[in-house]
Unconditional design. Structure first.
Length: 167
């Protein structure tokens, strides 16, 4: 096999490598599919079958093609992650000197906004319960406790994500 040939053998070698690293079957499947589709795109659009002719411009063209299909940015970023992992492997095995995928920027993902209850809504929910005895009081207190815990967990997760993006 030529060192520069983009082939299924090269992809199979890479799949074996990540399989030995105990990656999940789902990851193996997505890596296989994403890289195979990328190879097909290179061959059909640019007639590229070797690593020597490949550059980061071709990866950008592939990302643009995926955007034109209306795919979400999170999915496109997962494709880019798979390509980057593959090119890291190629670099480690001395097939290439530069990881072309690292020259392609990740797509900006939409922020997920979680709408929480306001004070008025919580007050209305609390009015549903009758506080005449212990049993009737216990339910809303537990409910408020779980709601508070959920708020703390979500807030912690948001703070963690912000911290990771800053690093």
């Amino acid at each position: 096999m030529s060192k520069g040939l983009l082939s299924k053998n090269l992809l199979n070698d890479y799949l074996l490598d990540i399989q030995l690293k105990s990656y999940s079957n789902r990851t193996l499947k997505s890596v296989r599919n994403n890289n195979s589709l990328f190879f097909s795109f290179l061959k059909s659009e640019f007639n590229i079958t070797t690593l020597e002719k490949l550059s980061h411009i071709h990866i950008k063209a592939y990302i643009k093609h995926k955007q034109s299909l209306g795919l979400k940015t999170t999915y496109i970023n997962s494709i880019l992650k798979n390509l980057s992992m593959f090119f890291n492997y190629l670099q480690e095995e001395d097939y290439i000197s530069t990881n072309y995928a690292k020259k392609v920027r990740w797509q900006k993902e939409d922020k997920v906004i979680i709408k929480s209850f306001n004070d008025k809504e919580v007050s209305k929910m609390m009015q549903v319960y009758n506080f005449s005895n212990h049993i009737n009081t216990r339910k809303p207190v537990l409910w408020l406790y779980y709601l508070t815990q959920a708020y703390i967990i979500v807030n912690y997760a948001i703070q963690s994500l912000r911290y990771k993006k800053e690093c």
